[in-house]
Design a protein around this ligand. Structure first.
Ligand code: HEM
Ligand code: FES
Length: 442
């Protein structure tokens, strides 16, 4: 009898080779069952494109594109080497590379829907954030310190844009510009996303000042302006180097609103068009202004944003995630210790290396918090996760155990930052996640 050689999948980025045991499993399912992190926001439903791969070798060993994949590939002008792992099966050896890793990359996927060589009118929320005292810091400190702080700074200030489904349009000098709603969506959501990002940036900078910049004898101040309106968006420029360009009156106005913070002595200002998009009782508004911004004939109404009037769960989770997962390994180790203490029999369910398992869990928590800003994919993703857990032998009764262990770990890790509001936000979100997954237990 000739020996049957099983095909293999090679992941070029991490240089790992795994056998393709089950011909009925897609490439995505094979990654997951081998604990290779592979984003799949919509749970393998061919909708989100985060599972996309580039095929380096063995193209002819792959199944044909499904209808869903044909449509996606056509709309986004993909070349044949790009495939959706959740729609693709292998018949022989293949080498692949996973293409989407971070929230920044997921957000950039929105750019694929933007026309090339021409501009299209889209209704978007535009956020300008000005960073004061920044140049002073660059001049007064040595290069290593500046580079370190710059990196920290761009992370804490960029993450809130990305967590809220925004795109970082540009960093210009002391300014960062975020766009919300580039690929469509409701005005209310796009404006709420921009405000959540603004508050996230403001608190992140406050924390940076308090915890990391004290040694530099420096306090960074920010001024944020948000406007909503129709702007022209396109990928324009040299044929070999096209860049995202966003132009129009609302963009200039957003910049001027930001500037007005200096006169008004405020931190976050929004225009009337943002304010009107949001329901009554949503925002805690401070002062209001009626001003003539430079370059405009008529007066513009501006509103100072101080926070949300009611608890905003997404905001609470986003603002604590970075702190909670600052040491992912420790978080995961404590969590699993607690699970096994409450329910020792669950230990036998875990077949693989607990360190990799921990990495996957914390990665997934981050992805879930992030995808709360894109709820259309979240439910599908959780259904997929619930079904795979049912196959691992997880039953309905296990979910409350995990919820209890996660909450205890979160409370302990939050330490001095813990508060009843923060814990209740985490409990609400995690209960929703576990309830959703639990429905798919056998
Ligand atoms: C908040 C809810 C949960 C989340 C976010 C979560 C996340 C994950 C992730 C990301 C994986 C990696 C594989 C995959 O993507 O399918 C995984 C695997 C696994 N999870 Fe969970 N999980 C949750 C609840 C639970 C519960 C309630 C149990 C039961 C004790 C459990 C036990 C397992 C087991 C046994 C595996 C497979 C490990 C192996 O094959 O060795 N999980 N989980
Ligand atoms: S398109 Fe494959 S997981 Fe969403």
């Amino acid at each position: 009898m000739p020996e049957i050689v099983k095909p293999t999948i090679t992941y070029t980025g991490i240089n790992q080779q795994i056998p393709y045991d089950d011909p009925d499993a897609t490439i995505l399912e094979t990654s997951i069952s081998n604990q290779i992190p592979h984003l799949h926001e919509c749970g393998g439903n061919g909708q989100c494109t985060t599972c996309r791969i580039r095929v380096i070798d063995g193209h002819s060993n792959l199944s044909q594109r499904t209808f869903k994949e044909i449509e996606t590939a056509r709309a986004r002008k993909w070349d044949p080497s790009i495939r959706l792992a959740c729609q693709t099966y292998a018949k022989g050896d293949v080498s692949i590379e996973r293409l989407v890793w971070t929230s920044a990359e997921i957000n950039k996927l929105q750019l694929e829907t933007i026309p090339e060589g021409s501009a299209e009118e889209r209704r978007i929320a535009i956020l300008f954030c000005d960073i004061r005292n920044f140049t002073k810091m660059a001049l007064n400190n040595n290069t290593f310190d500046v580079a370190h702080i710059l990196n920290r700074f761009y992370t804490v200030i960029g993450d809130p844009i990305l967590y809220n489904n925004g795109i970082i349009y540009q960093y210009v000098g002391d300014e960062i510009v975020g766009l919300f709603g580039v690929s469509g969506g409701m005005r209310e959501k796009n404006c709420a996303d921009a405000i959540r990002a603004a508050l996230g940036m403001y608190y992140a900078i406050e924390r940076l000042n308090r915890m990391e910049l004290v040694d530099f004898d420096l306090t960074i101040r920010t001024g944020i302006g948000i406007n909503f309106g129709k702007a022209y968006i396109g990928k324009l420029g040299h044929p070999k180097h096209k860049q995202l360009a966003v132009v129009g009156d609302p963009v200039n106005t957003a910049s001027r609103i930001q500037d007005y913070n200096k006169t008004a002595g405020t931190n976050i200002l929004i225009s009337d068009s943002v304010y009107r998009a949001l329901p009554d009782g949503f925002l805690d508004i401070g002062k209001t202004f009626e001003v003539q911004l430079s370059g405009r004939d008529e007066n513009t109404k501006l509103f100072e944003v101080k926070g949300f009037l009611e608890q905003d769960i997404q905001f609470q989770l986003q603002s604590s995630l970075d702190y909670l997962l600052r040491n992912e390994e420790e978080f995961a180790a404590e969590f699993y210790d607690r699970v096994f203490e409450i329910s020792p029999e669950t230990r036998t369910l875990f077949k693989k290396n607990m360190k990799d398992q921990g990495r996957l869990l914390t990665h997934m928590l981050g992805a879930i918090v992030y995808s709360l800003s894109r709820p259309e994919n979240l439910k599908l993703g959780l259904r997929f996760l619930g079904e795979s857990h049912s196959r691992y032998g997880v039953t309905e009764a296990h979910y409350p155990v995990v919820l209890q262990a996660l909450m205890a770990t979160i409370e302990n890790k939050l330490g001095e930052f813990s508060s009843p509001e923060l814990l209740s936000a985490w409990r609400t979100a995690l209960s929703m996640i576990t309830d959703e997954m639990r429905q798919f237990s056998k």
